[in-house]
Design a protein around this ligand. Structure first.
Ligand SMILES: C[S@@+](CC[C@H](N)C(=O)[O-])C[C@H]1O[C@@H](n2cnc3c(N)ncnc32)[C@H](O)[C@@H]1O
Length: 301
């Protein structure tokens, strides 16, 4: 694994695995309520089946599909339940998987069988690795939940070797959707503001109800329409047509239970990546929007 650049403040135990914790920074680019909320979320959704991980993982990793990654040292930044670490583990040489929430302890226990992975508790501001350490950083669904996304991208990409790559997924600003879709979405954002402020147990119950009463019926409709026409892809939540109800519950909690959420257009993401010294930005045309791969310039400006 890659050497830590400093000693951890504490070392925690998770099912026989030691997890070093680097959380001492007082002024950190993370939202405490959001991190706590994720700690609880991943307690509830800490295991996904191999099939669930493969189906969703193939969508996120499509921009790297078919490449030989076996010599790469990777960082899973904001690993949450560790599902993408599990997806990536057989494909790369080693992975440093980090997350500031308690989820990382649960992930270390759940994926204790992965021998080329080390789990560390820290956020993007506290990464205890030297600059230029990694060939690949995957950061999926993380940096839209923090106060300064552009600043975090700059911090993260310094950890890449020149020529190293970043696989990034940030919530889209609905820039490829029509007015009806956007209106529906803005209504759901108003609901999120209320639901995310509820206490833990109630919040999780309400999000389960949203999954059952909103996600599932809309997804069922999209599945029916899919039999007749490819236009089903334009329907709300059509993304979940090939996902399990468990994934819908998890994503409903993610979407409605998280206090801080930001959204970015494709153009805004490209601009932030360029400002972070990245080039060769290639967006996937597939969902989830937007995910892309980019390369750290050989000689950052
Ligand atoms: C939506 S989850 C995504 C988890 C995982 N990447 C996935 O897709 O399954 C967002 C994760 O970002 C983590 N997070 C929040 N603030 C962070 C920060 N400042 N640095 C790194 N990770 C952070 C949260 O603890 C949470 O586990």
């Amino acid at each position: 694994m890659i050497s830590y650049t400093r000693s951890p403040e504490t070392v925690k135990q998770a099912a026989g695995k030691s997890v070093a914790s680097f959380m001492a920074l007082e002024e950190s680019n993370r939202d405490a309520k959001t991190v706590a909320s994720f700690g609880e979320e991943w307690e509830k959704f800490n295991t996904f089946s191999e099939e669930e991980i493969k189906v969703a993982g193939d969508q996120y990793f499509d921009v790297l599909a078919g490449e030989n990654l076996s010599h790469l040292q990777a960082l899973d930044l904001g690993c949450g339940s560790g599902r993408w670490t599990r997806y990536l583990s057989p494909l790369v040489q080693s992975i440093e998987s980090v997350d500031p929430s308690a989820a990382v302890l649960s992930a270390a226990a759940t994926h204790a069988d992965l021998e080329n992975v080390r789990w560390t508790q820290c956020g993007v501001d506290e990464l205890p690795f030297a600059d230029g350490s990694f060939d690949l950083i995957v950061c999926l669904g993380v940096l839209h939940h923090i106060p300064d996304t552009g600043g975090a991208l700059k911090k993260a990409t310094t950890k890449l070797k020149p020529g190293g790559r970043l696989l990034l997924y940030l919530y889209y600003a609905l820039d490829n959707r029509g007015i009806a879709y956007r209106t529906l979405f803005h209504l759901s954002t108003a609901v999120r503001r209320v639901v995310s402020a509820l206490p833990g147990g109630l919040k999780r119950g309400v999000c389960d109800a949203i999954a059952a009463l909103v996600y599932w019926p809309l997804v069922t409709l999209a599945r029916l329409v899919r039999v007749f026409t490819q236009a089903y892809k334009k329907l709300p939540l059509a993304y979940y047509c090939d996902k399990t109800f468990r994934i819908m519950r998890n994503d409903a909690l993610d979407r409605f239970g998280t206090p801080l959420e930001q959204r970015f257009s494709r153009h805004e993401i490209a601009t932030m990546l360029e400002a972070a010294g990245m080039e060769a930005i290639r967006f996937s045309e597939g969902e989830p929007y937007w995910h892309c791969v980019s390369t750290r310039k050989s000689e950052p400006e």
